[in-house]
Design a protein. Sequence first.
Length: 277
Amino acid sequence: MCLETLSQHLAHRVRQVMRPTSAALFAVLVCGAPALLAQAKAPAPASKAATPANTLSAAEKAAGWKLLFDGKTTTGWRGFHADAFPAQGWVVEDGAIKRVATVKTPGAGGDIITAGEYGNFELALDWKLTAGGNSGLKYLIVEPTGGKGRSGVGYEMQILDDERHPDAKAGVNGNRTAGALYDLIAPSTHAAHPIGEWNEARLVVKGRHVEHWLNGQRIVQFEIGSPEMKALIAKSKYKDIQGFGDATSGHILLQDHGDEVSFRNLKIRALPADGTK
């Protein structure tokens, strides 16, 4: 057994005449290996450089990810029920697609959608909202033939300032808060970052199975067409919309709710229908 008082006295005398390396060795002989191990620290892991915004790493490319936004142009996006990108309301600024709060023409803007349609996919993006803001990430959006409205209807991952926007207290048990399946399923936890910070959102659609992820946490999951989902729709604001929530493929939509919101790092990859990786 090591006697603490004696060992401290001996170590002190030895350090006066021995080099630090020898003193450390003496500590091992007197008090055991833990004393030497305490002096050694594991090297810090090498820092991994972050992939620049709106680009794909080699690993992401190998995994099948494709960019939906190049950080510079609106290529691949257009207005809902429109052939072109809105002339007002949306801009590309600081590497983000941004819905500006002030437009010259009242009512200008509208929702924007991807040119392509997707089913069985994983989608990732970052969003940032201003104080009191409201927006949404909609998916599996079907564009009715002959329609004229500029707002798409479908499943929506809510984007909201929960502290300041009244919609957070509307609905049922938080099903209109950030990350919720809007007006249908509340998030399992509040995962949104403070207003003004970027949030990492992810959607997974595998057949009829859907997941919402926010800042690394899965906060919603459901099955399209399940009895549970049909019951929720029947009690929601969508109850009178025929066929709501039946689609398993469609456009990705960024909502124009009149508030300033920014999106970046929009990327998507196809998933096999059976859900395997």
